[in-house]
Write a protein that binds this ligand. Structure first.
Ligand code: B12
Length: 211
C-alpha cells in the first residue's frame, strides 16, 4: 500500500493514535503536503458516504474527524508560509447550530498563510459573537463564516445579514462550506465565496487588497 493510501485508510478508520506517524512517513517518502491533505479530505468523503448509507454512525464520523485533525497538525508546518500578517485580522467561525470545524480550520490555516492574523471563534457561533469580535479586535479586514449542514444555511444567511446590518465597516465577508454555492453567497449578501481552503486564501487576499 502506498503511504498516501495508508493515510486515507487510517483517517477513514479513525486511527487517532497512528495517523500522525503515518502522515510523517508519507512526508518522509516524498509525498507532498497537498496530496496528503487531498487524501484525508477524500477519506472524509468516504466517511460521509458510509454515514449516508447507514453503515457507520456519528461516533465513527467523530473519530475519523479526530484522526484527520491530528493528521492536519503534522501537515500544518509544511503548508503555511511566512504569515507576515500584513493583510489585517480575519475573524473566522462555524455558524450557530453547526459543530463541523475541519473545513473551517483548514480555511483558517490557509488564510493565515496568505498574510492574515486569525481570530478563531470556534463552532456554533451566533451572529452577535462575530459582531463583538469585529468590534473587539484591531484591524478586522475579513470575516469568514463556515456552514456544513443544510439545516444551518438559514443561520449562515442570518449571520451575514446581521453582520452587514451592524453598521460596522472596513471588512469583507466570505462564506463557504459544502452546501454553499456562489449563487447562495450572492443571494445572502456575502462579498465572497470559495469552494475550498486554497481558493479561500486567494479570494480573501483579492477581496482585501481590492478594498
Ligand atoms: C466529520 C463529520 C462530522 C463530525 C464533525 C467533527 C468536526 N470536528 O468537524 C461530527 C460527528 C460531529 C458530525 C456531526 C453531524 N453531522 Co457530519 N459530517 C462529517 C463529515 C464526514 C466530514 C466533514 C468534513 O470535515 N469534511 C472535510 C472538510 C475538509 O471539508 P469541508 O468541511 O467541506 O470544508 C471544505 C470546504 O467546504 C470549504 N469550506 C469550509 N468552510 C469554509 C468557510 C469559508 C469561509 C470558505 C471560503 C470555505 C469553506 O473549504 C474546506 C476545505 O477545503 C461530513 C461528510 C462530508 N462529505 O463532508 C458529514 C456531514 C457534513 N454531516 C452530516 C450530518 C447529517 C451530521 C449530523 C446532523 C449527524 C447527526 N445525526 O447527528 C451531525 C450534526 C452536528 C452539528 N450540529 O453540527 C451530513 C450533512 C448533510 C447535509 N447536507 O446537511 C454530512 C454531509 C454527512 C452525510 N453524507 O450525510 N459530522
Amino acid at each position: 500500500m502506498s503511504k498516501i493510501e495508508d493515510v486515507k485508510v487510517n483517517v477513514e478508520t479513525g486511527k487517532t493514535k497512528l495517523i500522525a506517524g503515518v502522515v510523517q512517513e508519507a512526508l518522509d517518502a516524498g509525498d507532498s503536503p497537498q496530496d496528503i491533505l487531498q487524501a484525508m479530505i477524500a477519506a472524509m468523503g468516504v466517511v460521509g458516504d458510509k454515514f449516508s448509507a447507514g453503515t457507520i454512525f456519528v461516533p465513527e464520523m467523530l473519530i475519523a474527524a479526530k484522526a484527520m485533525s491530528k493528521g492536519v497538525d503534522v501537515l500544518k508546518p509544511h503548508m503555511t508560509g511566512e504569515g507576515s500578517s500584513s493583510l489585517g485580522t480575519c475573524v473566522i467561525g462555524t455558524v450557530q447550530g453547526d459543530l463541523h470545524d475541519i473545513g473551517k480550520n483548514l480555511v483558517g490555516m490557509m488564510v493565515e498563510s496568505a498574510g492574515f492574523t486569525i481570530v478563531d471563534l470556534g463552532v456554533d457561533v451566533p451572529a452577535d459573537k462575530f459582531i463583538n469580535a469585529i468590534k473587539e479586535n484591531d484591524n478586522v479586514t475579513l470575516v469568514a463564516c463556515s456552514g456544513l449542514l443544510s439545516t444551518t444555511m438559514p443561520a449562515l444567511k442570518q449571520t451575514v445579514v446581521d453582520i452587514k446590518a451592524s453598521g460596522l465597516t472596513g471588512f469583507k465577508v466570505i462564506v463557504g462550506g459544502a452546501p454553499v454555492t456562489q449563487e447562495m453567497a450572492d443571494e445572502i449578501g456575502a462579498d465572497g465565496y470559495a469552494a475550498d481552503a486554497g481558493g479561500a486564501a486567494i479570494k480573501a487576499k483579492a477581496l482585501v487588497t481590492a478594498a
